[in-house]
Design a protein around this ligand. Structure first.
Ligand code: ADP
Ligand code: MG
Length: 304
């Protein structure tokens, strides 16, 4: 189990993280979300032992994670970390990069393992291609596969799918996160993309103002977002008294109701339209099946 106890950290006197506490069980997927600059990457770096801690402790099982003051080489064998800048060997092939840390002593095992990982990240067609010829997204996939190669006990992922295009993102997320579950590898994923979290994370932590403001399952936080920051992570939302925070898909346009608004704009969303409307003094967003004319009067109800 990963255990973070009362961690407080700053690069200078200003604290980036304050009184951080959480645990991650073997095989568990924990998402860390928060706005840009909220300290997600810093937290992952601390978990990896990149900096010395003056306040707080980090353990994986019985081993304390310590920084460069105590370790000549940063990092531990049981832990792998895929940073936002993946550090690959550009002049060697995808295959060689992924197999880099696998022993040459077991040639057959190495070959099988490398092939399996290339399949997980869907790079079969590029196995023999030199990394320098790949796109950013393909490089990110090589970095993911290489981190998985030695089956770490815990994997730290910083915005792991940020460079991968939308055509392949969702399938790749399923491959990687299912693989981690299968091998019982714990993972901590820093992200601002809800698609990295929904359907995959067991728990999520929200960082705001240097602190953990909430830790819960994605389902519970979606159903009961305690603040606008949390709701904004999941989608378009409104604050409508006396109901509080309601998502655009919780507002339903009806023939008649007490709640009246005026259409200002319609945005095509694929499976539906997002209607921007003026309600009293405020702009609200309503999910609807069609486009609506500008300045049309509409009535809506709140589905709770
Ligand atoms: P996130 O990953 O959530 O975007 P970061 O952990 O990268 O946030 O950054 C948190 C804060 O720490 C930011 O204010 C950032 O400017 C600052 N910061 C990050 N890295 C360093 C560093 N190496 N030296 C000084 N300040 C840093
Ligand atoms: Mg970051």
């Amino acid at each position: 189990m990963l255990q973070v106890n009362n961690l407080t950290f700053g690069y200078s006197r200003t604290k980036v993280l304050k009184e951080i506490n959480f645990k991650v069980q073997p095989g568990e997927n924990l998402a860390i979300i928060g706005e840009s600059g909220s300290g997600k990457s810093t937290l992952l770096k601390l978990l990896y032992g990149e900096y010395d801690l003056k306040q707080g402790e980090i353990y994986w099982k019985d081993e304390q994670i310590l920084g460069p003051e105590y370790n000549l080489v940063v990092g531990y064998d049981f832990m792998k970390y895929v940073t936002q800048e993946f550090d690959l060997m550009p002049f060697t092939t995808v295959e060689e990069n992924i197999g880099k840390y696998l022993s040459n002593f077991f040639r057959k095992e190495k070959r099988i393992r490398t092939k399996e990982l290339i399949e997980v990240v869907e790079l079969e067609a590029f196995a023999k291609t030199k990394v320098k010829l790949l796109s950013g997204g393909q490089k990110q996939r090589v970095a993911l596969a290489r981190a998985l190669a030695l089956e770490p006990e815990i994997l730290l992922l910083d915005e792991p799918f940020s460079h991968i295009d939308n055509f392949q993102k969702q399938g790749l997320r399923r491959n990687v996160f299912n693989y981690l579950k299968e091998k019982n590898i714990a993972c901590v994923v820093a992200t601002h993309d809800k698609h990295d979290v929904l359907g995959f994370a067991d728990q999520m932590i929200v960082l705001d103002n240097s602190k953990i403001i909430v830790k819960d399952t994605p389902q519970n936080l979606y159903k009961n977002p305690q603040s606008a920051l949390i709701a904004s992570f999941f989608g378009e939302y409104n604050i409508i008294e006396p109901y509080g925070i309601v998502y655009a898909n919780q507002l339903k346009i009806v023939e008649h109701s007490e709640l009246k608004a005026i259409v200002k704009q319609s945005y095509f969303n694929g499976s539906s339209w997002l209607i921007e409307a003026l309600f009293k003094e405020d702009i609200i967003f309503i999910q609807h099946e069609n486009e609506l004319d500008i300045d049309l009067d509409i009535y809506f109800t709140v589905l709770m």
